[in-house]
Design a protein around this ligand. Structure first.
Ligand code: HEC
Length: 106
């Protein structure tokens, strides 16, 4: 009985942790998603002249713009296509990553 109670208690502690792992992608994963934006938006979001910098932009603004591209509300040449390849969770995570980058020179 003692052993059963112990197992039940550790299961109860393990479950919420497993649940949050499934929802929150780890840092390396998010960085590699953001890496797909680097060709055009620069390393760490500091774009060369002519492209939109994303570093230090507000997280909500990036999310909003990505959603607008996705839904066709914001006119685009490429972003309407690209944005459709990401889930809302991925967009939120990538936006958070760029928001946390320092604005700087490319
Ligand atoms: C092939 C080049 C390319 C790639 C890759 C790319 N973008 Fe873009 N991005 C653009 C261009 C060009 C624009 C201007 C809108 C348009 O014409 O599509 C833009 C605009 C944006 C904007 C709006 C900026 C503003 O201030 O209006 C955001 C936000 C953005 N991109 C996020 C991303 C994210 C996040 C990724 C990676 C998942 C990404 N982009 C990958 C080319 C790219």
């Amino acid at each position: 009985m003692q052993r059963f109670r112990l197992a039940a208690a550790s299961l109860a502690m393990a479950l919420p942790a497993a649940g949050s792992l499934a929802q929150v992608p780890d840092a390396l994963q998010v960085r590699s998603w953001a890496g797909a934006c680097a060709n055009c938006h620069g390393t760490n979001g500091n774009a060369l002249a002519g492209n939109e910098p994303l570093a230090g932009m507000k997280r909500e603004d990036i999310v909003q713009k990505m959603q607008d591209f996705k839904n066709g509300r914001k006119p685009a040449t490429v972003m309407h296509q690209l944005s459709k390849g990401y889930t809302d969770e991925q967009i939120a995570a990538i936006a958070g990553w760029f928001a946390a980058q320092k604005k700087g020179t490319p």
